[in-house]
Ligand binder design. Structure first.
Ligand SMILES: *Cc1c(COP(=O)(O)O)cnc(C)c1O
Length: 349
């Protein structure tokens, strides 16, 4: 059975978090002389002289309503990348523990593992990019702390069936991290609703994709309150700056704009897929639940160079498992997509 106490590193359990001025005094006061801030103001226009809210309550209250969770179940990070790193630091003992990755997948899991000196066990996805469940269960051992499931998966674009995720949640004693960076573009719903039932589920989402706020660096992790408490304890105290908090808070009031972007992106994805279909040197177009399309082409690096020479940059994913000669193309604006198709039609192999 999953036991959070058992899988948390000893040093993390013992660690006392940094206690900021804003932690020690949370109420209203007339005069704040507790944080060594510049009481006179900022050297440019705007009020940036006070430290931001360490727990981003304003953002979390709005987010809790939209996601139908309570604020104790939300962690906000400096991008989802910060949440990924903190999960390693909280639960994986360097040089002893391991994590399972399912390539081809998002590169940051591997980077975070390496930086934290954690062994990676790779279980490649099958040729249709589904999870090889038998092999996952074969390689899990008593030192396996995390499994990363990217759904929809980057770079393949497919969403992983909830049944498969459930099987892993129910049969694995570590933490199952489901990275839903692209969930807003997906056909089937988020696995967030499973959170109340599974104490070992962490769902990652982000403001960097459908919300269009990548520059602000804000990612979300949703999990059981006990997990959130542990990562809150070890995060840098003021990990989300006040500009990001303010702008994300404004964005959350514009849900209809968000919905407009999502539906336009899906419409463009459909257009792009149907146009790519007509191009003779594109062998396969993988179905996408994300805002990008993976295509298998006759000669990926040649086509990559041809596009680059024409000012269009896509991602060459050819070196990843089961992605031989594959390019990943992000869905652009209507004009950008039309231009891409025009240029591709000028290519002579
Ligand atoms: C883009 C992306 C993210 C987002 O990371 P941020 O740090 O929140 O910008 C997370 N996971 C995957 C799989 C991604 O492709």
């Amino acid at each position: 059975m999953f036991n959070l106490e058992k899988i948390t590193r000893e040093n993390i359990k013992k660690a006392k978090p940094y206690s900021s001025a804003r932690d020690e005094y949370k109420g209203e006061a007339r005069i704040f002389l507790d944080a060594n801030e510049n009481a006179l103001g900022s050297v440019i226009e705007g009020n940036f002289n006070r430290y931001p809210d360490p727990y981003q309550e304003n953002v979390k209250l709005k987010l809790a309503k939209i996601k139908k969770v309570s604020i104790e179940n939300i962690f906000l990070g400096n991008g989802s990348d910060e949440a990924i790193d903190l999960l390693f630091r909280a639960f994986c003992e360097p040089n002893i523990d391991n994590v399972i990755l399912l390539p081809p997948t998002y590169g940051m899991y591997q980077v975070a593992a390496q930086i934290n000196d954690i062994q990676v066990i790779e279980v490649p996805l099958l040729s249709n990019f589904e999870i090889d469940l038998d092999n996952v269960f074969n390689v899990i051992n008593s030192f396996t702390k995390l499994i990363f499931i990217c759904s929809p998966n980057n770079p393949s674009g497919n969403q992983i069936e909830e049944d498969i995720i459930l099987k892993i949640l129910e049969n694995f004693n570590g933490i199952v991290v489901v990275d839903e960076a692209y969930i807003d573009f997906a056909e089937k719903p988020s696995v967030l609703s499973l959170m109340s039932k599974y104490a070992n589920l962490v769902v990652l989402q982000t403001f960097s994709k459908a919300w269009g706020m990548a520059a602000l660096r804000v990612g979300m992790a949703f999990a059981d309150a006990d997990i959130i408490q542990i990562i809150n304890k070890i995060k840098p105290p003021y990990n989300i700056n006040s500009i990001s908090q303010d702008k994300i808070s404004l964005a959350l009031d514009k849900f209809s704009n968000f919905e407009k972007y999502v539906s336009e992106t899906k419409k463009q994805r459909l257009f792009l897929a149907s146009e790519l279909e007509k191009i003779e040197f594109i062998d396969k177009i993988y179905p996408s639940d994300a805002n990008f399309i993976l295509v298998s082409v006759k000669n990926a690096s040649k086509i990559y160079d041809f596009l680059a020479n024409n000012g269009i940059i896509v991602r060459n994913r050819s070196k990843m498992p089961n992605c031989d000669s594959c390019l990943r193309i992000t869905v652009g604006t209507e004009l950008e997509n039309a231009e891409l198709i025009k240029i591709l039609n000028q290519y002579v192999g």
